[in-house]
Design a protein around this ligand. Sequence first.
Ligand code: FAD
Length: 384
Amino acid sequence: MSETAAQDVVARATEVARDVARSHAESVDRDARFPIEAVEAMRESGLLGAIVPREWGGSGARLPELAAAVRIMATECASSALVLAMHLIEAFNLVRHGDSDALRDITSRVGQGTMLLANANSEVGGGGDVSRSKSFLGGDSSPWTWEKECLAISYGVYADAILSMARRSETAPDTDMVYVLVEKADYDLQPTSEWDTLGLRGTCSRGYHVRAQVRDELIFPVPFSTVANDGAGQMRQLILSAVWVGLAEAALDRAHAFVRASARKAIGTVPPGALRVSELAGDVQACRSLLETAANRLDSLRDAGSLENGVMTIQLRNLKVTTSKLAAKVATGSLEVVGIMGMKRDGPFSVERIVRDAHGGLVMVSNDRFLHDNAQFLLVAKEI
Ligand SMILES: Cc1cc2nc3c(=O)[nH]c(=O)nc-3n(C[C@H](O)[C@H](O)[C@H](O)COP(=O)(O)OP(=O)(O)OC[C@H]3O[C@@H](n4cnc5c(N)ncnc54)[C@H](O)[C@@H]3O)c2cc1C
């Protein structure tokens, strides 16, 4: 991808974020509604197809540009940014592992921006553990029947297709799984829970009982373990971290604007909050650098072939843990700088939505789960 085209992805994201996502963010949050306007604008601007290589109809964007696009979207509306991020994870999986005629046909449709992809991996009872599933492909032949009790499917009813893992058959061990894609016409979603949450309300991540028909040609040609270990996990940590970094930037922007306004009112003085802003600015700078470094490294590994790299896996889990914690810290710190004007839902210095959204990063997926996974790995790793 040429430099101009790369900048174009970031420019398109900036335009959608500032011209569309910004003005609807408040109602998306208040009404816990899908950010339809921003997602339509992403579709029209080609952002939904940006990750797909040019030969399959997309723009062939690189990971650093995509991470920047998601980060910028999150500065205006974290729910819109998460929709883009979660769609990009599935598009990435499709490009990387969807090597069959039928899946390549879907890849081209994603490249043209005509499809929004959702994910239904988390299962009731399993939380963030995606290494096993109770659900399985049933029946005697394709199309297979598939049912799953899903803990959360973000924007499930708005998606054009859902991707998820299932056991190969009823008798297969719970870790012997395939990755499947089901198109809207082939599934039915029965809601099993509401989505009335502290933050990230526009993702509409309700629980569903899924009933679907799975066609042989839409089963990935590699096992789910390959999809998960060679790309899906790495891309998830990277691109979701971009949301947490964007939220930290948005909070800091408001705190910064507040101390600048205070300084203008008392020329020659340094407002007390300025010291805290300068400290938070260091946190945001660290977050942004971590994100950029990880995006560039993952891109290089992607070019070189396999993404199954233990040290990189640890670093990406750390990226998620660090950026989500810092986002919550920067959001709360900015609230302390701004004070009561930050708690109000309106006004230029409000950070209340950012504080709530930033706390979502801590549980999506639980930081402790990642730290435990890393702790296990570190015992046998020779380097960190
Ligand atoms: C905004 C949002 C959108 C989401 N969208 C989707 C979606 O589109 N598709 C989807 O499939 N899922 C989605 N999820 C679910 C998400 O991916 C996780 O599966 C979910 O947040 C985990 O739920 P949990 O916290 O109940 O479970 P757990 O991960 O089980 O965590 C619960 C608690 O148990 C602890 N714990 C459990 N197991 C361990 C362990 N092994 N080591 C250490 N601690 C452990 C955790 O620290 C935590 O305190 C979404 C979640 C959020 C918040």
